[in-house]
Design a binder for this molecule. Structure first.
Ligand SMILES: Cc1cc2nc3c(=O)[nH]c(=O)nc-3n(C[C@H](O)[C@H](O)[C@H](O)COP(=O)(O)OP(=O)(O)OC[C@H]3O[C@@H](n4cnc5c(N)ncnc54)[C@H](O)[C@@H]3O)c2cc1C
Length: 380
């Protein structure tokens, strides 16, 4: 079987790997390089943690995704998953229920009461009345390193052809993918994993159900020194009303700082330079949260994009027509961590095998759509 994969982000590359392991031939195309620096996935690091507060289904899926990342790391023979732990701050009274959620999902976790939080993390000013749940096994995937290793692995496999710098302009219902310049790739199956650009290739009815988000993130130098930050876990939530979060310096990465409040709905994908307003609101938040925060240590700010289901806020998997085309139409804001599960299920679907269950309802129960297509247009 020949599978054409559109998109060289984490989902496209991992799906290609799964297809190859199942014996399929793969053509993988990306409008940029492979791996693609344009991809939302292409960043220094991404957090992988189990706790999804109040949500046993997502928490269980994230525990399986953690095992999935260890497996990908083993297959690629490259270290990119650093288990630095994750610290989720919340009102004291919420802690017992979240610990129980993690325990039932099979994830190790411990409570850090407010006093201990302050003692162990003196550089962080957690809001009053906050304790935290600490997950020691959680961590950060060095995303750019992992994507490069994955692309290298694919490059070395007979039966895989990579097409960097080629833009898909149309996906036909029977497995044909037209590229800019007019040539066409044909496959028995097509997987569209085009991240925030997906709407350009998919039926308008599906695109109308998706919301595009743009999020600003700061890169911050680990001052006063990298050593001073040693042992700092990922902080997916400081427990603030603005939803501030932090990715610690891992290996040679900077600190990354952002907040739910720096994420906004936008009509289209344009540039990645954050307007001052968005950058400044993050600087103001972290001035309060980090004891020795220095605005001069902000190395830069950039914006990333992702699509999410307008109704549920999460990912969308869709089958177009009779199943020759599968589209991971929207990834949601936390799909990176689930990528090993999503890719395996996507490959199963494309290859006509019984799909592995991911535990993510939108992936396990894909939408079914008529195979209408439309020509590509719009911004890149
Ligand atoms: C600021 C920010 C922080 C995040 N942090 C986390 C986190 O800590 N943990 C987590 O789990 N998730 C996180 N996410 C979400 C996560 O990064 C995304 O869900 C995930 O990376 C999406 O991967 P993807 O492969 O679906 O899309 P992408 O990585 O965007 O890949 C899509 C690829 O398709 C290519 N493409 C598009 N259109 C075409 C075309 N027509 N022809 C050819 N190629 C095309 C693009 O060039 C691109 O390479 C974050 C997102 C943002 C924006």
């Amino acid at each position: 079987m020949r599978v054409v994969v559109v998109g060289g982000g984490v989902i496209g590359l991992l799906t290609a790997m799964e297809c190859v392991r199942a014996g399929a031939q793969v053509e993988l195309v990306d409008q940029a390089g492979i791996p693609s620096r344009l991809a939302t996935s292409h960043d220094r690091h991404r957090v992988v943690r189990a706790l999804h507060r109040g949500d046993p289904v997502l928490t269980r899926a994230a525990v399986r995704a953690h095992a999935g990342w260890l497996e990908v790391e083993r297959r690629l023979g490259t270290r990119f998953y650093h288990q630095v732990g994750a610290l989720t701050a919340m009102p004291d009274e919420r802690v017992p229920a979240e610990l129980e959620l993690l325990r039932r999902a099979g994830a190790a976790a411990q409570e850090l009461p407010a006093g201990e939080l302050a003692a162990r993390f003196p550089r962080v000013r957690f809001p009053a009345g906050r304790s935290a749940v600490f997950e020691p096994a959680a961590g950060a995937v060095l995303a750019d390193r992992m994507l490069a290793a994955l692309a290298g692995w694919l490059r070395g496999v007979p039966g895989v052809r990579l097409h960097p710098g080629r833009r898909a302009t149309r996906v036909g219902p029977a497995g044909g993918v037209r590229l800019d310049g007019g040539s066409e790739l044909s496959g028995d199956r097509v997987v569209v994993a085009a991240g925030p650009w997906s709407r350009e290739l998919l039926p308008a009815a599906l695109g109308a159900d998706l919301t595009l988000y743009r999020q600003t993130m700061l890169s911050y130098s680990p001052i006063p020194s990298r050593d001073a930050w040693a042992g700092t876990p990922a902080i997916p939530a400081f427990g603030t009303p603005h939803g501030a979060w932090l990715m610690p310096p891992v290996a040679d990465t900077p600190v990354r700082l952002s907040a739910a409040s720096a994420c906004r709905e936008v009509p289209e994908l344009t540039d990645r330079v954050p307007p001052d307003h968005w950058r400044n609101q993050l600087v103001d938040q972290f001035r309060e949260l980090l004891v020795d925060f220095d605005p001069a240590a902000v190395l830069g700010a950039s914006d990333g994009y992702y699509l999410a289901d307008r109704a549920g806020g999460g990912p969308v998997l869709a089958r177009l027509g009779d199943g020759a085309v599968w589209a991971y139409a929207a990834c949601g804001g936390m799909s990176f961590k689930f990528a090993p599960l999503v890719a395996r299920a996507l490959a199963d679907r494309a290859l006509g095998r019984p799909p592995h269950r991911t535990g993510l309802a939108p992936v396990d129960q894909p939408r079914e759509l008529a195979p209408t297509v439309r020509p590509s247009g719009g911004a890149r």
